[in-house]
Design a protein around this ligand. Sequence first.
Ligand code: IMP
Ligand code: MG
Length: 194
Amino acid sequence: MSVPETPATVRHIHPDLETVLYTEDEIKARVRQIARQIKAVYGNGEFTIVSLINGAVMFTADLMREIDNPVRLDCIRVTSYGAKTKSVGTPQIVADLTLDIHNRDVLIIDDILDTGKTLSLVATLARRLNPASLRSCVLLDKKARREVPFQADFVGFDIPDKFVVGYGLDFAERYRNLPCIGVLKPSLYTTPAH
Ligand code: IMP
Ligand code: MG
């Protein structure tokens, strides 16, 4: 059986990608649109960004620079997948908020909404701190994989059930620095059957 050839352009970006879902320019354009949507909701008011690191670093950095509101930034870290492509168990906060969000307008930012476990945990914990308002923004949404009901207020792209990397998203901490978002070749994380 012949293995489908990776198009030369994809190979040029990174040999471990099967396809490129969104190029750097497409991401940039979409980030700008999301910034406008956010602006339409918050007006000129101040709000506090809670960014889920490490995955959301690129998205947060780019999105913030498209917004001219006064913003505060805090980062939290939730337990990661490790070297796996599927979430297992219940996520936990491993580095918590340092800013006070009581009575603040809060926008949680993550790279991708998958099972929904991470964002629903973070939203539940944030809500206990009595923010004035709480919204969420994700660059990617894999709706087909939802296990816990969760809908983000701002979504960049709806994507199919494929494991993606780049623009902050990793597999075992690699590929975060790719400027595009691509589908990782499944052969890199599945062991071939014998
Ligand atoms: P959830 O809790 O299942 O919604 O997972 C959310 C987290 O899983 C995200 O913050 C990502 O770090 C990670 N994740 C989910 N899908 C992918 C993917 O396709 N590529 C890389 N990371 C992913
Ligand atoms: Mg993440």
